[in-house]
Design a protein around this ligand. Structure first.
Ligand code: NI
Length: 167
């Protein structure tokens, strides 16, 4: 396994739309293992392949306290959404930024697991937020793009300043 570098907003590669996974082979299994290791090390509760510069529809999520519930979603689709919740979100690609985003309270997601088996999952609360946040990444959307233009401008200039300081 290996830690993968995470792209930082506003890297244009985060805006690409990811492709479906044709076949779940060893390269996909290695990608998922590396993504899980990278997410846990960060630490984070979710990571999309797009964030590690692999434009495929692959997501890993673990919202458990003790990092014991790794969930893998391949080619996920939200087939039902209902209700509304506001949650403060962060993102490994937007370090240090936490902002409130309005999302569906409940979602039903359809995906394949690592063995290629299709499954459906009903989620609410934090898991539902995380699923929506990560599927956004697969469509080239970073969570700050749900915020007002003014907030986005502030975040962009703050991140540019940070990049200069750490460069
Ligand atoms: Ni994110």
């Amino acid at each position: 396994m290996a830690l993968l570098p995470i792209l930082r907003f506003p890297d244009p590669r985060l805006q690409r739309r990811a492709h479906s996974v044709a076949e779940i082979d060893d390269s996909i299994r290695k990608l998922v293992a590396d993504m899980a290791e990278t997410m846990y090390a960060a630490p984070g509760i979710g990571l999309a392949a797009v964030q590690v510069d692999v434009p495929l529809r692959v997501i890993v999520i673990d919202v458990s306290e003790d990092k014991s519930e790794l969930r893998v979603f391949i080619d996920p689709d939200i087939v039902e959404r209902s209700g509304e919740q506001v949650c403060e979100e962060g993102c490994l690609s937007v370090p240090g930024v936490y902002e409130k985003v309005t999302r569906a309270e409940r979602v039903r997601v359809r995906a394949r697991d690592l063995s290629g088996e299709p499954f459906e999952l009903a989620a609410d609360g934090l898991l539902a937020v995380c699923i929506q946040h990560e599927i956004d990444h697969l469509d080239g959307v970073v969570f700050v793009e749900h915020l007002s233009r003014l907030k986005q401008t502030r975040i962009r200039s703050r991140l540019k300043k940070q990049a200069r300081i750490t460069a």
